[in-house]
Unconditional design. Structure first.
Lengths: 172, 172
């Protein structure tokens, strides 16, 4: 029952700015029963799906991605903010409310045809996730699904991932 | 045989700046056999040690910490850079070569007496890890050990963790 996990998620008003009700998953992560259940519920979905790699999005996506990768016997690939990865990277920029942001992935991190899950904690407007999908496609990966712990349905982030399968454990 | 993992770690010269030979663990993480072995080797060390929580240090420590937490049936707590955690935090500042840096942890992330491992990918000068030890102690946690994938022995980071047990899977 994924819905039970909602009890472990904390609402923090006005973070990161006024008017935003932030879904804080750190309270889920520190609770061992909830953390294990979260990883198990996500992981069971992909057992037998021959997943090679989980792509984790900096930074909370590293938590989801690494635990999921361990559970599935897969490896983990990091999508990072600019300048953090030491070797040659693909880059993808996307619009924010004000200005732009960029995500990077090592060019040699995924081999053509490898089956990957893109993982993050939260799907909100889908700006970051949409850019990560484009980024990951540059490697020739086969994106099996984009997986999130929490999806904020009203923000319609799925629209930015319309050619991909999207799964979220919890919906608000 | 942890030493075998060294084959999966890439040396990147002059990153993040000239004269530094960077130990890139992303090549280890993307290799599923190496990644699983890394987590298993670290994890076996703590089986039966009643670990409640793994404290992962932003950002690569989230990868190590989350996978290790899942393996051990523990929860995971995030130590983050300033302003990233949404709720009330303890803070600890430490000196860098130029200026200072700060790490934060949620005040309510660890209960007094909980048994924790502090996890990161790399122990270099020990500046960050030393600050994280002080930070974690503010919660009243029992630090069982500080665990790293890679330790750069010449930089003597252990000296900054002298009151703690320190374990590194690989030494250079």
């Amino acid at each position: 029952m994924p819905e039970k996990l909602k009890k472990s998620i904390r609402d923090v008003p006005n973070f990161p700015k006024k008017g935003i009700l932030f879904k804080d998953i750190t309270t889920l992560c520190k609770d061992k029963v909830s953390f294990q259940r979260m990883v198990d519920l996500l992981g069971h979905r992909y057992v037998g799906k021959k997943i090679d790699l989980i792509v984790g999005i900096e930074a909370r996506g590293f938590v989801v991605g690494a635990a999921l990768a361990y559970k599935l016997g897969a490896g983990v690939v990091l999508v990072r903010k600019p300048g953090k990865l030491p070797h040659k990277t693909h880059k993808e920029s996307y619009k924010l409310e004000y200005g732009t942001d960029t995500v990077e992935i090592h060019k040699d991190s995924i081999k053509k045809g490898q089956r990957v899950i893109i993982a993050d904690d939260l799907l909100a407007t889908g700006g970051t996730a949409g850019a990560v999908v484009k980024l990951v496609k540059k490697t020739g990966a086969k994106i099996v699904e984009c997986a999130f712990i929490v999806e904020l349905d009203d923000l319609n982030g799925r629209k930015k991932l319309k050619n991909e399968k999207v799964f979220s454990l919890l919906h608000y």
